[in-house]
Design a protein around this ligand. Sequence first.
Ligand code: DC
Length: 222
Amino acid sequence: MSNIYQIAIDGPSGSGKSTLAKGVSAKLGIMYLDTGAMYRTCGLAAIKAGIDPKNPEQVKELLDKTSVEVKFSEGQQHMILNGEDVTGFIRTGEVSMAASSVSAHPFVREAMVQMQRAIAADQSFVLDGRDIASKVLPDCKYKFFLTASSEKRAERRLKELEERGDKSQTYEDVLKDIIQRDKQDSERAASPLIKVADAIEINTDEIGIEETLETLLSYIKE
Ligand code: DC
């Protein structure tokens, strides 16, 4: 029997998904796929081309002539846009909003989901995103859904930006963006952010990342 398995960690931005997915990946020695980075790369492509990420015709025309690839080097994920490594350029506030907008188009989602399934097919992976359990890998072995208040998530996002030396946004800016992205990500028609019935929900408001990681691992080891 194959011992390849997948772990889905879904939830809104700032709920702690990527930190936990990295922790799970390190503890279990499995690969980590950040699916948000893929939509971010599409968002960056739209910004670079100067088109409106909400406009389906413009985005479709652009993506037809754009190459988006995921590469792994020493276990680290790299995003390649038209042959250029853009991993260091996809974490800005502008890219976050563009990613949320392009990710609402069904043809963008179909292309990304197909890539995600192909990547996770031959090795054990932990994947984080919005639709991993609901769409990408509905039969995966472990499904987690993280939640936290918008305020807590804005605090974390701001800290993350500051740690990267980005002081361009205030707490209010970050909170406003989070609320707008939540709305876009959960109200879109194509694969909106939802918790599937068999996912384990963990609220990360009060518990620290270490404790949440232990909780998650305890479910996996069971
Ligand atoms: O997780 P993140 O903040 O890096 O994701 C960026 C955007 O991409 C987010 O606003 C919604 C979208 N996204 C998605 O629609 N589906 C996923 N599986 C991952 C991200």
